[in-house]
Structure formats: structure tokens, C-alpha cells
Design a protein around this ligand. Sequence first.
Ligand SMILES: Nc1nc2c(ncn2[C@@H]2O[C@H](COP(=O)(O)OP(=O)(O)OP(=O)(O)O)[C@@H](O)[C@H]2O)c(=O)[nH]1
Ligand SMILES: [Mg+2]
Length: 244
Amino acid sequence: MKYYYYPVGLRGTEGDYVAALAGNPNTGKSTVFNALTGLNQHTGNWPGKTVAQARGYYRHRGKTIVVVDLPGTYSLSASSLEEEVARDFICFGQPDVTVVVTDATCLERNLNLVLQILEITPKVVVCLNLMDEAERKGLKLDVNRLAHELGVPVVPTTAHTGRGIEQLKDRIHSVALGEILPRPKPVTYSKQLEEAIHQLETSLERIHTNGISRRWIALRLLEGDYSILDAIGQYSLPDARQEG
Ligand SMILES: Nc1nc2c(ncn2[C@@H]2O[C@H](COP(=O)(O)OP(=O)(O)OP(=O)(O)O)[C@@H](O)[C@H]2O)c(=O)[nH]1
Ligand SMILES: [Mg+2]
């Protein structure tokens, strides 16, 4: 059993690995969470925060997977309590895999968060939920092409009927255990922005970033979100991670 350090209050939970569920509001995260964990779940609040927290577990291929249902967010800019909780868990909670639950009927709007999360960690599975609704609307989604473009596994699901959930469990397992090594394609911004990012990254070289990519921190600072610097100071990780 691996011991997990949870800066945001799940310290001491045991399991073989941890999967975080992120996504825009109302994309079916909690329905996916229920489909994965069944009755093995516990709800409460994030410590010290008025934001609901749900965690649970399931067994798959001989492993116990702890699942954390994160609050719905449109971005990870920490402009609300929900975004802060989601951002801090993805950055500092060290999930082995982050599942981004997306709404297949309005995928484009959901991709902003997917790309932001891919800038923090490559260990991502995209869950393309509400597939029944997308089909009802006559939308045709090229799942393989999307997986290729993003560089991470994509699993179509209809969470409330359980469709796709077994495949989702398989992909979570493979990414968490390193059987699949996702290779997200980095987003390249305009020349001006890339120059600003580079300058900031250079200035950040002197600070200890707790394993968080300096490029990602630079992007948040350029957005005017300075709270990331406080968060880095607040959460210290037990094992030194590769700093990028
Ligand atoms: N048709 C359809 N409805 C779904 C599916 N998944 C979830 N729903 C429904 O969508 C609504 C929202 O689902 P939730 O699981 O609460 O969504 P959520 O992302 O947890 O929402 P927040 O936590 O508020 O951000 C519920 O009425 C679900 O029953 C799906 O695959 N197809
Ligand atoms: Mg929910």
C-alpha cells in the first residue's frame, strides 16, 4: 500500500493509487464518480472550506483506486474557492491520474480546462461523457482523432447507464501504472506571449516550485493569478519531484 500525502485534507487515505475527477460544472462528474465507486463513498467538506468533497474507492484488476470528486470549474485560475480546491488538489495532491470529465455535446467549451490540466500533468484521461445526448443531437465525434490531437486516452461514456465505465477503469489503471505514457502536445502561444513566458520562467529559476512546472506558473502569473505563489509556499510535498 502506498501512503498518500494530501495537503487538502485526505491525508492518511490508503489505496494503491489515486484518481482525481475534474471537469466543468454539470458534465456528470458526480455521476461518473457514482458509477465508479458505487456505495463505497464518503462525503463531507474540504477541510476549512465550504466546498463539498466526495471520495470513494473501487477495486479493479487487483488494485484499490481512491477516487476524489473535485468541484466543477471552468479553469484553474483560482478565482473562486472551487477553482482553488481543484487546482490545489491537481497540483499538490499528487493524484496518479486526473480524469477530466467533459460534455460531449459542447466539447469545445470544455477543452479549455483539458488543456490547462495537460499543462500541469500528462497523467490524464479524458472522459467524453453525455455521449447519449451527443448522439441524440446527431453529433459525430471522432474519438481516435481527439485522443491523437490531445495525446492522451479519450473514453466515451454515458455515465448514468454505466456505458464506457469499464473502459474508463482500464484507462485509469493503465495511465496510473505507467502502462500508457500520455504525451500531450504542448500549446504554443503567440511570439509575444512566448517571450514573456520565457522571461518569467527565467526569473522563477531561483524559487523552489514544489515540482510544479515553471511554464505553468508563468502562465498563471500572466493571467494575473498570483495566488499560485502562496499555494506553492503552503503545500510542501514529502518526496522531491522532478522540477520542470
Ligand atoms: N443524458 C445523460 N445525462 C447524464 C449523464 N451523466 C450525467 N448526467 C446527468 O447530468 C446531470 C448532472 O450530473 P452531475 O453528475 O451532477 O454533474 P457534475 O459534473 O457532478 O455537476 P457539478 O458537481 O454541479 O459540477 C444529472 O442530472 C445527471 O443525471 C450522461 O452520460 N447522459
Ligand atoms: Mg458534482
